[in-house]
Design a protein around this ligand. Structure first.
Ligand SMILES: C[S@@+](CC[C@H](N)C(=O)[O-])C[C@H]1O[C@@H](n2cnc3c(N)ncnc32)[C@H](O)[C@@H]1O
Length: 285
């Protein structure tokens, strides 16, 4: 949604933009290609993805920081960078699925890790699956994955781990397959989708991070500055919507456009993951 991001962020010559979820720098580079005099401060939490970005050629008007957007206030202060616009493109990236080797994808046989930043986070997805009580595990799958077979899958995991610890994505997928009914396995969406999403959110404390990050972003924006947030599932979207509602009521922000912007058909055709993207924009008063 690069064009929409640039349009709704209201980027212009000399704008100072924070890309709170830098990843491979798609948005950052897109912004600088269109506005070469703009400056971007990019924040990326995953050290491997950050390192890969750093290894590429970086324009002099990009500052890249390996940290969590939860710490946006400190990052902004440390770099003396008061932003005209901030963009969050939430969640996981194709680099995680394709290259991380950290078990984000149920299509690969990898260790069940899922930590965005192993340097600051000790608990892996395998730790959760092997140590949580059945009730705790079911709650995670239910709350963060809205998985209707949370009870059955958590029971399956507990039974399996009594015999042998669950350590890989393949172990987990076979537990899921053995725990859900046949019709659920024939659906268009893979039966492991929701369980994997739930564990990833739990491992990285994602919903809490989003809340802290969005509050911090509103705080650090200049008056008249824009905040654009792209979310990928209902749980993220709900948090963003609620914060915007509270802050609008307090008179701190106003909606730039009340409705959610969705990607154009051509973008979805080229990148099917984009189909669930929802973009919201506000302006600081
Ligand atoms: C969907 S991708 C962003 C894609 C990016 N807009 C682009 O065009 O390449 C989300 C990125 O946010 C990063 N991320 C997740 N949680 C984060 C956090 N708390 N702080 C900073 N980055 C985070 C992920 O590691 C991932 O690289």
């Amino acid at each position: 949604m690069l064009n929409e991001v640039i349009e709704y962020l209201n980027v212009g010559p000399g704008s100072k933009i924070v890309d709170a979820t830098l990843n491979g720098g798609g948005h950052t580079r897109g912004i600088l290609e269109k506005y070469p005099t703009a400056q971007v401060l990019g924040v990326e939490w995953d050290p491997d993805i950050f390192q890969e970005f750093q290894a590429g050629s970086i324009a002099k008007n990009i500052i890249a920081v390996n940290d969590s957007y939860v710490n946006l206030k400190n990052i902004i202060e440390a770099n003396d960078f008061q932003p005209d616009g901030i963009v969050f493109d939430l969640g996981v990236s194709s680099l995680h699925y394709e290259k991380s080797g950290k078990g984000f994808s149920f299509m690969k046989d990898e260790p069940l890790d899922m930590r965005f930043n192993p340097k600051v986070n000790d608990i892996t997805a395998a730790d959760i699956v092997n140590t949580a009580s059945q009730e705790e595990l079911a709650k995670i799958l239910n709350d963060y994955g809205e998985e209707k077979f949370a009870g059955e899958i958590s029971k399956g995991a507990i039974n399996k781990r009594r015999v042998k610890p669950v350590t890989t994505t393949t172990d987990l997928v076979s537990i899921i397959r053995a725990s859900v009914p046949g019709w659920y396995q024939k659906k268009k969406i893979h039966p492991a989708t929701k369980t994997f999403q739930a564990l990833r959110i739990a491992v990285n404390n994602e919903l809490d991070n989003i809340e802290k990050g969005i509050f911090a972003a509103i705080d650090v924006l200049k008056s008249g500055g824009r905040l654009v947030v792209i979310s990928f599932h209902g749980l993220e979207d709900k948090i963003v919507r609620e914060i915007f509602k509270i802050k609008a009521k307090e008179g701190i922000i106003k909606w730039v456009i009340k409705r959610t912007i969705k990607p154009k058909w051509e973008e979805i055709k080229n990148n099917p993951r984009a189909r669930s993207a929802k973009m919201k924009t506000i302006e600081k008063v």
